[in-house]
Design a protein around this ligand. Structure first.
Ligand code: AMP
Ligand code: MG
Length: 431
């Protein structure tokens, strides 16, 4: 392992490994109120919702054997002659999707058939029209043009009647909604939408639209985090900006826990004089842990807030720096949100990492996980290449906009040389 340059900031032994943070957040979630399947809604309103129960197919899809190509349906016994001579079959009818041919295809006969049409009785194979010569009554094609059973889709090939079509915990996207439609469903049972509160802390925060003021900056975290929350299908409870006042913060957290299942704040989690998030969390509930061995995003205050009816809400106090807030949410908040919303573990967890070759040397000290903003580009016939942004400051949001990926430098990993393979997380996969 390459030894890290002395100028890199030190890793802190007491900081938690990102894997341990995931485990501890899971343990906190286990103490929160679970969301319940609540509604039966129309498919066209179900995008991004989480399936509340297993769906078994009431029908087979497709319901009947059908043609996979435009061509001619016939009995494959005709192919078993072993000769090289072209086959001559008599065309006895026509089948289109939605208009089956009612007869039985006898040996020596064929039926003109279009893609999706029901296979006529007696026929088990379709020869594509491109491989045939035909006039109105006679079909000719080489016997080796197709094998027995070719170009026929089997009934139930997609779904068997009574079989599991979709499992509870699925996030409903285009393919899943299409699948439900293929079963003839108009409605689907989903979990209640998770309610997620977002609040920005800081005396320096201006809201977009307000005139600039010396020393003040515009609140970007609320826009970023609200967007991510909505993108993940949750209902946003926008709690606005709050000043750096411990009493105000604690009161707001308590009220947030009564309105939301998950409360996200940004800012105020470090050790500065105006950083009151942890104290407010301890007052309104329980501080679980903070300080993660990661960059960006070392400060993170996780815990529980006491909500309505003795139920707890999960609290994640994200860092104030805009990139740190976003990356911390993507790594921890996203998974917590999806899990709490009812998604199965396979759906909620981070998508698989890709391998890519870095074009830059990346300096890294073992002992923390780093997520570097980067641009991933395909290379024909080789691994994709990745270029990390020159400025990895956790305050520089523009580099996040320019990035399509995060290079993941794992906890025990050291520096990386140009041309080395690295793991990469695609940002689009986190939506
Ligand atoms: P803090 O942890 O509160 O000290 O914040 C760290 C840095 O992030 C400071 O430079 C803050 O001004 C900045 N920051 C905090 N909250 C926000 C926000 N909502 N939008 C943009 N920048 C923020
Ligand atoms: Mg602050």
């Amino acid at each position: 392992m390459t030894s890290p340059p002395a100028c890199l900031p030190p890793a802190h032994a007491s900081d938690l490994h990102v894997d341990e943070v995931h485990r501890r957040i899971d343990a906190l979630i286990a103490r929160c109120r679970p969301v319940l399947p609540a509604e039966n809604i129309a498919l066209d309103r179900a995008l991004g919702r989480v399936l509340g129960q297993d769906v078994h197919s009431p029908v087979s899809v497709p319901p009947h054997d059908n043609a996979a190509m435009d061509g001619y349906a016939f009995a494959s016994s005709a192919l078993q002659q072993g000769a090289d001579e072209p086959l001559h079959l008599r065309i006895v009818g026509k089948a289109r999707a939605g208009a089956a041919w009612a007869g039985t295809v006898a040996p020596g006969e064929a039926v003109r058939i279009m893609t999706g049409a029901v296979m006529p009785d007696g026929a088990d194979t379709v020869v594509p029209q491109e491989l045939c010569e035909a006039d109105d009554t006679t079909l000719r094609f080489a016997p080796h043009a197709v094998v027995a059973g070719a170009n026929r889709r089997q009934a139930g090939e997609d779904l068997q009647a009574g079989g599991l079509a979709l499992a509870r915990g699925e996030r409903l996207g285009a393919a899943a909604l299409g699948l439900l439609a293929s079963l003839g469903q108009t409605h689907v049972g989903v979990y209640r939408r998770l309610r997620v509160a977002v609040v920005s802390t800081g005396d320096e925060l201006l809201q977009p639209g307000q005139p600039p003021r010396p020393g003040a900056i515009y609140d970007s975290n609320r826009a970023t985090l609200s967007t991510l929350v909505r993108q993940l299908g949750a209902e946003l409870v926008d709690l606005g900006p709050v000043p750096d006042d411990p009493g105000v913060l604690a009161a707001l957290f308590t009220s947030a826990a009564h309105q939301a299942d998950l409360v996200l704040s940004s800012g105020g989690v470090s050790v500065g004089e105006a950083d009151h998030t942890r104290a407010a969390l301890a007052q309104a509930g329980e501080l679980g842990f903070w300080h993660v061995a990661m960059r960006p995003g070392r400060p993170l205050a996780a815990g529980l807030l006491q909500g309505a009816g003795g139920h707890a809400a999960l609290f994640l106090g994200l860092p104030g720096n805009p990139v740190a807030a976003m990356v911390s949410f993507l790594i921890f908040g996203r998974q917590a949100l999806l899990q709490m919303a009812g998604c199965g573990p396979a759906v909620a967890r981070l998508p698989p990492l890709l391998r890519a070759r870095t074009r830059q040397a990346l300096r890294k000290r073992p002992g923390r996980t780093e997520y570097q903003r980067a641009l991933l580009q395909p290379v024909p016939g080789d691994l994709p290449v990745v270029d990390v942004a020159a400025n990895q400051s956790s305050a520089v949001l523009s580099a996040m906009v320019a990035a399509n990926a995060l290079v993941v430098l794992h906890h025990d990993q050291g520096s990386v040389q140009p041309g080395d393979e690295v793991d990469v997380l695609l940002l689009d996969a986190l939506g």
